[in-house]
Write a protein that binds this ligand. Structure first.
Ligand SMILES: Cc1cc2nc3c(=O)[nH]c(=O)nc-3n(C[C@H](O)[C@H](O)[C@H](O)COP(=O)(O)OP(=O)(O)OC[C@H]3O[C@@H](n4cnc5c(N)ncnc54)[C@H](O)[C@@H]3O)c2cc1C
Length: 429
């Protein structure tokens, strides 16, 4: 879950951040004996029993599987999309629409289906006006949804209209959209002044790695049985959350679906005599174990490569991993190696996912690549001069030139590929 503030998850009257909610769930799962591997699954083989699951680092076997890989909102990928992502451009009106930045401002929704119409109606609660940008001659939404939009005096529908690009204000927030007439393919001269643009053009489920071994619908969403809402077309493989849910897509509905899938899985394993009992730690043991692990970590000698270099007193160019602007400046000017810079921020959930993953990949290049982590809250001027508008962002430099920029969290193989390419080029030069 990559969202920041979650206000509608039951049990958190003050709200909770997405990363904190995930961390609490993680701790709870660990206490109940779960083993966690933070890796991307690249392929599965459902023709074998036990099933085979492969990541880049290992192959695992399992008598039953729950697929909970979620769905990624589709975007138009206009040229300045990354620049205004989370600074006016969003893919979730229900999640972000209530933000004070949008209150009583004109907003736009892109799309003409049921989701886009629903988002447009929803946003009228906060916006002064909502512009619905429909690519075709008419809306694809159901008649009921169309009527709701057309009956609302707060929604203006623009047919045959698509977004070409966006422009921002001096603070770097979205200010206007450059539109195009899809019928004539001509740009519309007058920019549409809006503070927010929300995509309502559907979601792509994260099911590519399944390689069509399961029944999915035409959009790739896993088809689950009507009976228990979690069984799939392969016996022993279950589905939970947004990877099959086209309609509700909320943290609480995904959690509920996960619970259904877990119970179905337990029943399946029991019926097939495959159930293996794992003893849960009692609360006292768990607390003691967590305390002991914390103590051990505090006492353990720090691994050399993980020790951050913050200033002149502890900077050592022979180390691979560093932190902060002092190290960045030194390495930028003095390191003969390719330099990887990761920009993070304290509230960024995806940064927490990326850090250990990137660290594992960097360990493979311990003597050949330098690394610096920059917290943009601590070093805002560095982030500004590097043009950072969102985190995590990884930039790779060679001979003082920026050679690659990777926004968001990608698979380990993508980082490996870029790092290796830079090393090959270095040795060839
Ligand atoms: C901007 C935004 C704001 C939101 N705000 C709210 C809110 O305020 N309240 C609310 O209730 N809901 C909110 N939602 C919706 C909510 O986040 C989702 O409904 C929920 O997280 C779905 O849970 P899930 O477990 O099905 O999928 P996800 O939370 O998407 O988790 C899927 C996980 O699977 C991983 N994964 C994908 N492919 C692979 C692979 N091949 N191998 C290994 N791992 C893989 C992903 O990296 C991810 O960690 C928001 C969504 C967005 C995009």
């Amino acid at each position: 879950m990559s969202t920041t503030e979650v206000e509608n998850y039951p049990g958190f009257p003050e709200g909770v951040t997405g990363p904190e909610l995930m961390e609490r769930m993680r701790q709870q799962a660990l206490r109940w004996g779960a083993e966690l591997y933070e890796e991307d699954v690249v392929s599965v083989d459902f023709s074998k029993r036990p099933f085979e699951i492969k990541s880049e680092d290992r192959t695992m076997r399992a008598n039953a599987i729950i697929l909970a890989t979620g769905a990624t909102a589709k975007r138009l990928r206009i040229p300045s999309e990354e620049k205004f992502w989370s600074k006016g451009i969003s893919a979730c009106a229900i999640c972000d629409g209530a933000s004070p930045a949008f209150a009583q401002k004109e907003l736009a929704v892109v799309g003409g289906g049921d989701s886009a119409c629903e988002e447009a109606i929803y946003l009228t609660k906060y916006a002064s006006k909502v512009h619905l940008l429909v690519r075709g001659e008419e809306m694809r939404a159901s008649k009921a949804m169309r009527d709701r939009v057309l009956d609302s005096s707060d929604v203006i529908v623009h047919y045959n209209t698509s977004v070409e690009d966006a422009a921002g204000n001096a603070q770097g927030f979205l200010e206007s959209l450059k539109l195009v007439n899809t019928k004539t393919n001509e740009s519309i001269p007058e920019p549409l002044k809006v503070a927010g643009m929300f995509y309502g053009i559907g979601h792509t489920p994260n099911t590519k790695f399944l390689d069509s071994q399961l029944g999915t619908d035409e959009d790739g969403f896993i088809i689950v049985s009507d009976h228990d809402k979690t069984s799939t077309s392969v016996e022993g493989v279950f589905s939970a959350g947004d990877v099959h849910d086209k309609e509700w897509r909320q943290a609480i509905t995904a959690a509920g679906s996960g619970c259904q899938a877990a119970i179905s899985t337990e029943r399946y394993l029991q019926m097939n005599k495959l159930l293996k009992e794992v003893k849960m730690m009692d609360t006292k043991d768990a607390k003691e174990e967590i305390e002991a692990a914390k103590k051990k970590e505090a006492e353990a000698p720090k691994k050399k490569t993980h020790e951050p270099a913050i200033d002149a007193d502890n900077f050592d160019i022979d180390r691979q991993k560093h932190q902060g602007q002092y190290a960045l400046r030194k390495l930028y000017h003095e390191s003969p190696r390719p330099l990887v810079v990761m920009y993070t921020s304290p509230t960024c959930g995806p940064c927490k996912r990326l850090k250990p993953m990137l660290s594992t990949v960097l360990d493979e290049y311990e003597k050949s690549i330098h690394y610096v982590e920059i917290d943009i809250a601590k070093d805002p001027e560095i982030a500004e001069s590097a043009g950072i508008m969102g985190t995590p962002c990884v930039q790779v430099f060679k001979d003082k030139a920026r050679v690659a920029v990777i926004n968001g969290v990608k698979m380990k193989s993508e980082y490996r590929k870029i790092f290796s390419e830079q090393l090959i080029e270095s040795s060839a030069a």
